[in-house]
Design a protein around this ligand. Structure first.
Ligand SMILES: Cc1cc2nc3c(=O)[nH]c(=O)nc-3n(C[C@H](O)[C@H](O)[C@H](O)COP(=O)(O)O)c2cc1C
Length: 194
């Protein structure tokens, strides 16, 4: 496949299931390779990933539902539950973090760029998110990008016993596709690329 065709294949897919034909080990090996080959500022390798599959993935979306329940109005909450259940219906979730200790070390070592290191860390994490999202699409797996941080940060850290220096940036549920995302119109391309 041409690279542009793989790029086109990545979409926000919300209508997911837990029936996948891809080998679980292939998914995990791909994610490890994506972490290995995605660039980072000063080669700091500050991105961290937690991959949850099957029951662990389902438990995460139960946890997220309960954390939102604590802060959201009770009225209309069933809509949130049904949305969370749509993510839970998938096969797995990739959680994306940045190691803030690594970022801090860079800031201390290179004071000239201190202010930009925080931004570079997020940019690098976004590259990793995109690489994994696109790679999953290339395996015919659907995924979407979700942000229930910071509401869920403490609960996630506690449940998975994660270091306090891991900052959560995104959650990516993935699985088999029940349907395909609809095409959308791209506007102002000539103004966006000059
Ligand atoms: C930085 C970023 C943050 C996003 N956050 C969310 C989100 O929190 N929830 C969600 O459902 N989609 C989120 N999206 C997905 C976008 O809405 C989606 O990529 C866009 O509408 C284009 O659709 P496509 O992904 O199918 O090409 C995010 C995308 C990006 C790049």
């Amino acid at each position: 496949m041409n690279y542009i065709d793989i790029i086109k294949k990545r979409r926000s897919e919300y209508d997911l299931n837990n029936k996948i034909t891809v080998n679980e080990e292939d998914i995990l090996n791909f994610i490890k390779d994506a972490v290995k080959y995605t660039p980072s500022a000063y080669n700091s390798q500050s991105s961290r990933v937690l991959v949850l599959l099957r029951e662990e993935h389902e438990a995460l979306w139960d946890l997220i539902t309960e954390e939102i329940r604590k802060v959201a109005p009770a009225e209309g909450f069933e809509k949130t539950v049904s949305k969370m259940n749509s993510f839970k219906a998938a096969y797995g979730t990739v959680l994306y973090f940045e190691d803030l200790d690594t970022v801090k070390q860079l800031q201390d070592n290179f004071p000239l760029y201190a202010e930009t290191f925080a931004s570079w860390s997020v940019q690098s994490n976004a590259m990793l998110q995109y690489n994994i999202w696109t790679g999953l699409a290339n395996m015919d797996l659907g995924a979407s990008l979700q942000h229930y941080n910071p509401i869920i940060d403490e609960a996630v850290r506690e449940k998975y016993n994660l270091p306090t220096n891991w900052k959560l940036y995104a959650q990516m549920p993935f699985g088999g596709k029940n349907s395909e995302a609809k095409p959308y119109e791209v506007t102002n391309l000539d103004e966006r690329v000059i």
